[in-house]
Ligand binder design. Structure first.
Ligand code: C2O
Length: 361
C-alpha cells in the first residue's frame, strides 16, 4: 500500500514528453494531517444501477452532466474536485507512490496498479468512490454512473452526450478537448485499435469488436491470472505495458479504447492515451465502468477457471482513497469482489447479455 499522506512524488514514469505535457505532473493528493480510516461497507437501502450510456434517459443524462459540472466547479485543491479525481490515476500510475507500508516495505520501488492483477480491483475502488462523490455533489443517494457499453453494437459509438462542445450555449461538462477528433466524428470505437486506422465499413467493425470481446473474456481469459493479469507483489518492479502477463481485457479492449480516444497530436496522446492524463476525460470513467462490468460478466459466464484470485497477496493488497465524506479510507482487494456488498450493479439487456458469445475469432 502507498503511504499517501506523506510520500508522494511528481509524476514521471510513462510521460515521455514532460516539458510539453498538457496536464500537470503534480499529482499528489491534498492529504496533509489526515488519518486513514478503515473502510466500511455501505448501508444504502437501494442498489445503484449503472446504466448504458448510449441508452440513458434525459433525466439520467442531465443528472450525470450536472454532477460532473458540480465536480468541475469545486476548487482544484478540494479532494472531490475534477482535477483531484483525475490526479488519483496519475499518482497511482505514473510513479507518484512507492511501496511503503506504514514505514516498512520498499520505499525505493514505485507502485503501478496497471499491467498486473491489481488492475481490476484498483479501478473498481476508484469508480466506487467517484460515483458516490458525484451522487453526494448533486444530493442524489441513488446516483449511478453510466457505462460505455462497447460490447454491444448499439453501444459501440462514443456516447453522444460526450460529443458536443456546448449545450444550450454553455460548455458541455462531458466534453474534453484532448481527444482524437477524427474518431469522435466517426464514432464507432475500434476495440482492437493499435494506432493504425482500419478504415473498414461499420458493419465489419462491429463484427470485429464482438470478436475482440470474445477474445478478451473467453479465448485469452480462460483462467484467473490470464484474465486479471500476473502476480505483482511488494518488492516487485512495476510490470511493463506489453508484458505477456498483462490481463486479457487490460491488454486488449481496455488499452485499445484509451488509444482510440486519446489525441495523437498531443505530446503524450493526452488525455486518454496516457495514464497521467486519462482521468481528465470524463469518458475515462465511463469506459472503466464497462471494463469493471467485464469482470462481472466474466464471472457470470461461469466457465471453468473463471474465478477471482484467492492468494493472500492479492486479497491483502490495499489502496487509499478519499471517500464521499472527505475521509481517507484504506480499501482492500478482498472487499472488492462482491458488487452486492458495494451496493451497485449494472443494468443488463435481459434478452442479450452476451451479444458476442458466438463471435469466436
Ligand atoms: Cu488505469 Cu484505463 O487505466
Amino acid at each position: 500500500a502507498p503511504d499517501i499522506t506523506s510520500i508522494c512524488k511528481d509524476a514521471g514514469a510513462g510521460v515521455n514528453d514532460k516539458e510539453n505535457a498538457v496536464r500537470t505532473l503534480k499529482c499528489c493528493p491534498p492529504s496533509i494531517g489526515k488519518k486513514i480510516k478503515d473502510f466500511v461497507f455501505p448501508t444504502d437501502k437501494k442498489v445503484r444501477m449503472r446504466w448504458p450510456a448510449h441508452a440513458g434517459t434525459k433525466e439520467q443524462v442531465d443528472k450525470y452532466r450536472a454532477a460532473i459540472q458540480a465536480m468541475r466547479d469545486l476548487p482544484d485543491d478540494h479532494p472531490h474536485s475534477f482535477v483531484s479525481q483525475a490526479k488519483i490515476h496519475c499518482a497511482y500510475c505514473n510513479g507518484g507512490y512507492t511501496q511503503v507500508d506504514s514505514g516498512t516495505g520498499f520505499p525505493d520501488i514505485d507502485i503501478q496498479i496497471h499491467n498486473s492483477w491489481l488492475f481490476f480491483p484498483f479501478h473498481r475502488w476508484y469508480l466506487y468512490f467517484y460515483e458516490r462523490i458525484l451522487g453526494k455533489l448533486i444530493k442524489d443517494p441513488d446516483f449511478a454512473l453510466p457505462f460505455w457499453k462497447w460490447d454491444e453494437p448499439a453501444g459501440m459509438p462514443i456516447p453522444e452526450m460526450f460529443v458536443p462542445e456546448k449545450i444550450d450555449g454553455k460548455p458541455n461538462a462531458l466534453y474534453d478537448v484532448y481527444r482524437n477528433a477524427d474518431h469522435i466524428k466517426d464514432r464507432i470505437v475500434d476495440l482492437d485499435y493499435d494506432g493504425t486506422e482500419k478504415n473498414i465499413p461499420d458493419k465489419q467493425q462491429i463484427l470485429c469488436n464482438l470478436s475482440t470481446v470474445y477474445r478478451d473474456l473467453v479465448r485469452n481469459g480462460g483462467d484467473t491470472l490470464s484474465f486479471f493479469g500476473g502476480v505483482y507483489v511488494a518488492g516487485d518492479d512495476p510490470v511493463k505495458n506489453g508484458d505477456p502477463s498483462v490481463g486479457s481485457v487490460e491488454a486488449g479492449s481496455h488499452t485499445a479504447v484509451h488509444r482510440w480516444v486519446g489525441d495523437p497530436n498531443q505530446p503524450n496522446n493526452e488525455d486518454m492515451g496516457n495514464f497521467y492524463s486519462a482521468g481528465y476525460d470524463p469518458a475515462f470513467y465511463i469506459h472503466h465502468s464497462n471494463v469493471d462490468r467485464m469482470w462481472k460478466l466474466w464471472k457470470e459466464l461461469s466457465l471453468p477457471g473463471h474465478v477471482d484470485p484467492t492468494e493472500t497477496d492479492w486479497l491483502d493488497a490495499s489502496y487509499v482513497f478519499y471517500d464521499e465524506n472527505e475521509d481517507l479510507v484504506r480499501v482492500y482487494n478482498r472487499d472488492s469482489v462482491s458488487l452486492d456488498k458495494l451496493k451497485y450493479n449494472y443494468i443488463e439487456n435481459s434478452k442479450e447479455v452476451f451479444p458476442w458469445r458466438n463471435s469466436r475469432p
